[in-house]
Design a protein around this ligand. Structure first.
Ligand SMILES: [Zn+2]
Length: 429
């Protein structure tokens, strides 16, 4: 065999090995459940609590008629069907074997990346691992010495370095107000780091057309907060959400960072004390290293923090504080005006529809989330969670070919909101 032949064979073997290390989701079923009234809605919440094997996907909205997707392993299918039947809950089978779909997406992503020259990243061409994103961030100060600065703020539980990129216009002023953006608080929301990277590329590579955004503001960007969970979705379990730190329950790993923040932490309406649940809040506020790091970043920039934006998926929402209560913050109208600017820009550009308002009203109660902390403690003027559009089979898993459509549309919204923030607050706060 020629040298090239051997190399190709090795590459194929390696790719096969990587594919088999992957949780294959063989015979996992996906159902759509449609509660028709408040009692069926509460039945769903009860099921989410009592059936840790069932993975409820995506936003559970307040409206009673909204459908919920739930992913279950093969051995749970019979009990899901009989429970739904006995309670009269409407259910519909969407996918009867998730494995080939997950494999196809993973193969597509690996194929795409073989063509790339890392650390150069083409945001639109693939989804990247935490290590690849870090290598890209580290390459930026060399390419943009006056405008890009990288700092490590700490480590994840599994000792991955958590990095922060600051982008400025290079004029040397150090006291500008800050727009702070984070991504990948939830591991499986892969469009979130892509969006963070796209914003970075707009501000650095397309500086000329965006320099008004950097005239009086610095942008601080954390593409991956939940590094361990995100890595886990690349190497093993595509639909993992939480961190990877063990809990008090030996059966269940991980805490929801977005319920672990220390402002109005621990309400049962909006978070869970049960380690097996997806919205497990931890034993104490900030008992996750990744939450501590994001808290430290927020507090570091707190005195300059004009806009905090947390990128999640999915559902097309701009979610404002508060999540923990039905009362509204003092500057709610101002924050709504910012969200309004984003929603209007997007609908004009693409017809994309966003809903916006307080998390508690628009979506559901959340307690201990990052936006509440940013507004309640870290001194942000405007705090917001953006739920990017859905893609793929389960909403969290757009195909590579759909990255461009989602991130370019979302940038229209983020850019318009930044313009509105700058117009409203200028350089004074
Ligand atoms: Zn999320």
């Amino acid at each position: 065999m020629t040298l090239i032949g051997t190399a190709i064979l090795l590459l194929l073997l390696l790719q096969t090995a990587v594919l088999y290390a992957w949780q294959d989701y063989k015979d996992y079923h996906v159902y759509e459940l449609t509660p028709r009234d408040a009692s069926e809605q509460s039945l769903l919440r009860q099921l989410a609590r009592e059936q840790p094997q069932w993975d409820f996907l995506g936003p559970r909205r307040r409206q009673n008629d909204s459908t919920v997707r739930v992913m279950v392993p093969h051995e749970e299918v019979a009990s899901l069907v009989s429970l739904s039947d006995s309670q009269g809950l409407e259910h519909r089978l969407l996918i009867d074997d998730l494995a080939p779909l997950v494999q196809a997406q993973r193969a597509e992503n690996l194929r795409q990346k073989q063509r790339l020259q890392l650390p150069h990243i083409d945001v639109l061409a693939a989804f990247y691992t935490h290590a690849e994103i870090n290598a890209y961030l580290d390459s930026l100060p060399e390419r943009y010495p006056r405008r890009a600065q990288v700092k490590q703020f700490g480590w994840s539980y599994e000792r991955r370095p958590l990095k922060v990129l600051t982008i400025s216009n290079g004029d040397g002023r150090r006291d500008k107000p800050v727009i702070l953006i984070d991504g990948t608080v939830h591991a499986r929301e892969w469009i979130s780091p892509s969006m963070a990277l796209y914003i970075i590329q707009q501000l650095l590579e397309h500086f000329e057309e965006n320099q008004e955004l950097l005239q009086d503001y610095d942008w601080v960007i954390v593409p991956v907060v939940n590094a361990d969970g995100y890595e886990h979705t690349h190497s093993e379990s595509r639909y993992w959400r939480k961190t990877r730190k063990p809990t008090t329950d030996p059966e269940c790993v991980g805490t929801d960072i977005n319920r672990n923040f220390g402002y109005e932490w621990g309400h049962d309406e909006g978070s869970s004390s049960l380690p097996c649940e997806d919205i497990y809040r931890g034993e104490r506020p900030f008992d996750q290293p990744e939450s501590q790091v994001l808290r430290d970043i927020l507090l570091t920039y707190g005195q300059r923090l004009t806009w905090y934006l947390s990128l999640h998926s999915y559902g097309n929402y701009f979610l404002l504080p508060w999540g923990y209560t039905n009362s509204l913050p003092n500057n709610y109208e101002d924050m709504m005006a910012v969200a309004d600017a984003g929603a209007m820009a997007i609908v004009h550009a693409t017809n994309g529809i966003y809903s916006y308002g307080s998390t508690y009203y628009v979506l559901y109660p959340t307690s201990g989330d990052t936006a509440d902390y940013a507004l309640g403690v870290a001194n942000a003027t405007v705090a917001m969670t953006m739920e990017l559009p859905a893609g793929g089979f389960l909403g969290f898993d757009p195909w590579v070919s759909h990255i461009e459509g989602i991130v370019s549309e979302s940038w229209v919204g983020v850019r318009a909101m930044a313009v509105e923030v700058i117009r409203r607050y200028g350089i004074h706060r």
